[in-house]
Design a protein around this ligand. Structure first.
Ligand SMILES: NC(=O)c1ccc[n+]([C@@H]2O[C@H](COP(=O)([O-])OP(=O)(O)OC[C@H]3O[C@@H](n4cnc5c(N)ncnc54)[C@H](OP(=O)(O)O)[C@@H]3O)[C@@H](O)[C@H]2O)c1
Length: 406
């Protein structure tokens, strides 16, 4: 590979051109901020509200309340895959994901456990969260903002494990940037100097206020800056960084994308967990009338059964049970579909609706997939919204035993 580093300015201008198309304004947007209960996350939440965000999902590990009706609290520990999926199931639209939550322990470069803990929270945490929410961002052509640190560029010895995790998180940010660019999702990094929060409370040094840093971060985002340097210590590095060798190599390397995986499944899918047993879940799924509102004719209990679902004049489809593994799996094949609100009303024909049930620890996990309902379908958005509603209804049926009432 030849690295045409002298062409840095050429790379920059084409990148800038692409970037201008992706500039995100906070006003009227739906935003999710992780770790929004204190420190910088709290300041980012307030700044997003101040700039006129339509809705802000504030994710926290503990209970959280906010007086502004635009704020919705969600429980999310970013080391907990199930909590992340549950939170993702609560969100139907998203324009901007802010990966803010993180930990930093002052520790020497000795302990593998400390490094693992930092990687779990600061690297794998944003990775898990990004993976869970990127389908929504692809749909909205939204953006991701990863809160990094100047320690990602050059390590700070008293924060050894933290520095490793932030450097790795920077690499992950660059990779998501390359991968998601083709989906119209912009991925930003914010490189922060010291900020006056609990994280560095005991370290004597100059620190910027969380409010000023939050404002600097959103200013950078709204200017369309790929890498944001929001405080005075960070700003001193911005120009050199943008014209430097690392950005030039990033630009070169971004061209080496793996080929698209043929047949990669982008079908609509949702997962949730309940306390009930797999048997109870299995029985609830087959009791279709109790959670799928509309007119249902036919039966849905054993292999080969068929039922036709109708909702007003809008939707008709026939589902045949083509696979059934008691307490583990149910698959329906769809035929006779007519979705009158689309120009291609038979789109659902030959798709499959799959329910997979698995015991995970003390909980039963239910994975719902409408295989074949992919983003290129005309009804993808509307049908995804419909399924999100009915999956909630199924969960309610499982956990309370109550049938859905329209
Ligand atoms: N402060 C600085 O000098 C500085 C400098 C550069 C970059 N940063 C970055 O700025 C971001 C915010 O840090 P901060 O200064 O605001 O720190 P902070 O005051 O210590 O707040 C950390 C936040 O992250 C949350 N969190 C920790 N572990 C979590 C987990 N496993 N799952 C979900 N949330 C978790 C905390 O929740 P709980 O309240 O439940 O613990 C809290 O909301 C971090 O990414 C940090 O690396 C900070």
């Amino acid at each position: 590979m030849s690295l045409d580093l002298l062409a840095g300015s050429t790379c920059e201008s084409s990148a800038n051109r692409r970037w201008k198309e992706l500039i995100m304004k906070v006003t009227n947007k739906t935003i999710l901020v992780t770790g929004a209960n204190r420190g910088l996350g709290k300041a980012l939440l307030e700044e997003a509200l101040r700039r006129g965000a339509k809705k802000v999902y504030a994710t926290t590990r503990g209970p959280f309340k906010h007086a502004d009706p635009r704020v919705t609290a969600l429980t999310l520990d970013q080391t907990d895959e199930i909590q992340i999926r549950q939170a993702a199931n609560e969100v139907s639209d998203l324009d901007l994901l802010v990966n803010n939550a993180g930990v930093a322990h002052s520790a020497e470069l000795i302990d593998v456990g400390v490094i693992q803990e930092h990687l779990d929270v600061n690297l794998l945490g944003p990775f898990r969260v990004t993976r869970a929410f990127s389908p929504l961002l692809k749909r909205s052509k939204g953006a991701i903002l990863n809160i990094l640190s100047l320690a990602a560029i050059a390590p700070v010895p008293i924060f050894a494990a933290y520095s490793i995790s932030k450097a790795a998180s920077h690499s992950m940010t660059q990779l998501f940037r390359a991968y998601l660019a083709t989906h119209g999702v912009a991925v930003h990094a914010a490189f922060l100097g010291p900020v006056d929060t609990d994280m560095v409370r005991d370290i004597p040094m100059d620190k910027a206020s969380p409010a000023s840093v939050a404002a600097g971060i959103f200013d950078g985002l709204e200017r369309g800056e790929e890498d944001i340097f929001p405080d005075s210590m960070a700003q001193a590095l911005a120009e050199g960084w943008r014209r430097g060798i690392v950005k030039a190599v990033e630009s070169q390397n971004a061209k080496y994308m793996p080929p698209e995986t043929p047949g990669k499944d982008e079908s609509f899918t949702r997962t949730f967990s309940v306390e009930q047993s797999p048997k109870e879940v299995f029985e609830a799924i087959n009791d279709v009338r109790s959670w799928w509102t509309g007119d249902i004719e036919g039966s849905s209990g054993k292999l080969g059964d068929e039922f036709t679902y109708r909702y007003k004049h809008l939707h008709r489809s026939t589902q045949k049970l083509v696979e059934i593994v008691p307490d583990k799996k149910v698959v329906w094949r769809v035929s006779n579909a007519h979705l009158s609100f689309t120009k291609t009303p038979a789109e659902w024909n030959d798709t499959q609706v799959v329910f997979e049930i698995a015991r995970k620890g003390d909980a039963t996990e239910v994975r719902f997939t409408h295989r074949g309902l992919v983003p290129t379908f005309e009804c993808f958005d509307a049908c995804s919204g419909g399924w999100t509603h009915y999956i909630g209804s199924l969960k309610k049926r499982i956990t309370t035993g109550l049938a859905q009432k329209e």
